[in-house]
Design a protein around this ligand. Structure first.
Ligand code: ADP
Length: 498
């Protein structure tokens, strides 16, 4: 991808636009006629007025998805043809990568370098990966007793309601849409109200790639209205949700009314453990990327740094030295590494946690304030912040902050390290830094988390399953495991007696 000059726009029409809902293959207004504004978190500028879906619109979108599933072409299409269309969509994402990256950065505030290097290539890769799975979803023959032939079929679960957050709008939508479509399901996606634009563009690209009307519908709107209507809709067979743990509980309650299948990818407070024998420079880079990549608005952010006491001072000195250079800047500038938090509300939340850390007695060793970026005085910028002397009972050690705020704790030995790491209600990810192979694997076994990274952090691949233990949710996205989320297993018995 080309490196645009600072602030150069590749979006043809930079003026605020109106965007509709995407239902049955075309853009539609909301039944109520209501719209809501989506803004650039770095400048406060209005990006678009977006149609606001209510329950009536969710009804229409579910009806379109039902039609495309029950009577329409999608599940009946030869599996290889579904795969071909998904691959065409992956190619369309690649062709429109500059445009989509800019939409993502302007809507979310993440640095354009991240959108270009990570969100866009990864989203395309997820569609490409599941394109390959479409014609490889097989049942098996079951060795039952008696004169019977029993076999299983993997059938699509039906209409999927996908509800996604604002931190990786396009990528997390792709994690759900790609496997769902590969399995033959149809989808109604409710993107986060803060960042609806990339999903709407994705739906257009899917239609252009030849995905039939009704197979992918997008209903932007608010959680308690559009989101809740989708979660409880009797025409929806499965809910795939990514978001906060509190909303995950609510979505589960709503989906339970009709016994929907459900998968939840929720919050985290992921521990990053540095043992005394670690390659310190690599671990410093890792700790830095773990919390500051994506502004720390990352479910798997390494927000709890657990450092062995014997190396604590040296380690923290190096980490602070490195992080000092990380200053927030214009997200559209190609050199910016720390962008704007997604909303003023999120910024206030993060600043509130910083205040709570201070008042509970932790030491701010770097940052700790709202940041002023010249020319972007209305932006939601927060300094990269490092707390030291954090005790396990403090709120900043227990609660998900979802911002560029690191809590540093210490440990004395392996047992204490693991106990501290697991002392959380979450279990999304964890990392270990050590040169001792046996210690690394012992830690990987002992850590209660869906992903454990050894001597690295924030690695993802479409083939690698991702999801949480405990209150970080259940179900695994990505990999072949995600196919389980979007298929039902049917067992067929045939009597072989004459
Ligand atoms: P975050 O903390 O990342 O904003 P949320 O859990 O608040 O996460 O939001 C994730 C998604 O869930 C968003 O699309 C949001 O609109 C949606 N949502 C929020 N409340 C509800 C609800 N009561 N029912 C269904 N969806 C909801």
């Amino acid at each position: 991808m080309s490196e645009a000059a600072p602030n150069t726009s590749v979006i043809a029409d930079a003026a605020p636009r109106r965007r509709g809902l995407f239902i049955g293959g075309r853009e539609e207004a909301a039944a109520s006629g209501k719209t809501f504004a989506t803004r650039d978190p770095a400048t406060g500028a209005l990006l678009a007025e977006v149609a606001e879906a209510g329950a009536a619109d969710v009804d229409r979108a579910v009806a379109a998805a039902r039609q495309a599933f029950d009577a329409g072409p999608w599940p009946a299409l030869p599996a290889r043809e579904r795969g071909r269309l998904l691959r065409r969509l992956a190619e369309a994402i690649e062709r429109h990568a500059d445009e989509l990256a800019e939409i993502e950065t302007r809507d979310n505030g993440k640095p354009i370098f991240e959108s270009r290097q990570i969100d866009l290539p990864e989203a395309a890769a997820v569609f490409d990966y599941y394109a390959g799975w479409a014609d490889k979803i097989e049942g098996s023959v079951v060795p039952v007793a008696g004169p019977y032939h029993a076999y299983t079929r993997r059938e699509p679960v039906g209409v999927v309601g996908a509800i996604t957050p604002w931190n990786f709008p396009l990528l997390l939508a792709s994690w759900k849409i790609a496997p769902a479509l590969a399995c033959g399901c149809t989808v109604v996606l409710k993107p986060a109200e803060q960042t609806p634009l990339s999903a709407l563009r994705l739906a257009e690209l899917a239609a252009e790639a030849g995905v039939p009307p009704g197979v992918l519908n997008v209903v932007p709107g608010f959680g308690p209205t559009a989101g809740a209507a989708l979660a409880r809709h009797p025409g929806v067979d499965k809910i795939a949700f990514t978001g906060s743990t509190a909303v995950g509980h609510e979505v589960m309650r709503l989906a339970a009314e009709t016994n929907k299948r459900i998968s939840l990818e929720l919050g985290g407070k992921s521990p990053n453990l540095v043992f005394p024998d670690a390659d310190l420079d690599a671990a410093v880079r890792g700790a830095y990327n773990a919390i500051f990549y994506g502004k720390g608005e990352v479910c798997a952010a390494g927000s709890r740094l657990l450092v062995a006491s014997s190396i604590h001072d040296r380690f923290l000195e190096k980490l602070v030295e490195r992080t000092r250079k990380l200053v927030p800047g214009d997200p559209m500038h190609p050199k910016t590494k720390l962008g704007a938090l997604v909303s003023a509300e999120q910024m206030e939340r993060v600043l509130g946690y910083i205040a709570s850390g201070r008042s509970e007695g932790a030491a701010v060793v770097l940052g700790g304030e709202r940041a002023a970026v010249p020319g972007l005085e209305h932006g939601n910028f927060v300094q990269a912040t490092i707390f030291d002397r954090v005790r396990p009972e403090m709120r900043i050690a227990r609660e998900e902050i979802f911002g560029p705020v690191l809590a540093t704790l210490e440990f004395h030995d392996f047992e204490e390290a693991i106990a501290r790491a697991n002392d959380t209600c979450y279990g999304l990810a964890a990392a270990v830094w050590t040169r001792d192979l046996a210690l690394a694997h012992r830690a990987a076994r002992a850590l209660k988390a869906g992903t454990v990274w050894v001597n690295t952090y924030n690695q993802y691949d479409p083939a690698a399953p991702f999801g949480g233990f405990r209150q970080s949710g259940f179900g695994r996205e990505l990999g072949k495991q995600a196919l389980d989320l979007y298929t039902e297993t049917k067992c067929v018995w045939v009597n072989l007696q004459e």
